[in-house]
Write a new protein. Structure first.
Length: 145
């Protein structure tokens, strides 16, 4: 059984290439939490943009894009959303936003609303979930607006 040391560095590359942190791709020893924060940044990007920031069918080209942090943030995102993504998707793991910094960021605190405090609250909608391929996906007009 392997025991993870919080301040220890990891060396085994794992996970899906599109979500892998640059330090992992570069074959360096890496801090697990900092690498996981990069992956969470990729997930956040995908959730609010609808696509991954780093994609290429050629794995070598994909790795080059990740190592260079070469991606485009859609212009339709709010300034706060753009800022938090830029703070999380940083190639230097020691400059990458921490969990505390993310939680303290204005966009995180207030949702992705750019001008109103009356943003949608997902928790206020009761949904039991769906069975993919069987049920239709529910559309909530107030969230889309």
């Amino acid at each position: 059984m392997y025991n993870y040391e919080e301040k220890g560095l990891l060396k085994t590359a794992c996970g899906s290439p599109c979500y892998a942190a640059p330090e992992m791709i570069a074959g360096k020893k890496y801090a697990g939490l900092k690498s996981d924060l990069w992956s969470c940044g990729i997930i956040l990007f995908a959730m609010i943009c609808g696509h991954l920031p780093f994609e290429d069918p050629n794995t070598n080209k994909l790795y080059k894009k990740i190592l260079a942090c070469e991606y485009t943030i859609p212009s339709y995102l709010s300034a706060g959303a753009k800022e938090i993504l830029k703070k999380i998707l940083v190639t230097d793991p020691f400059r990458r936003y921490s969990v505390v910094a993310i939680r303290n960021h204005e966009w995180f605190k207030n949702g992705n609303s750019s001008s109103s405090n009356n943003h949608s609250d997902f928790a206020s909608h009761e949904m039991d979930g769906i069975i993919v391929g069987t049920d239709s996906i529910p559309v909530l007009p107030d969230i889309l607006s």
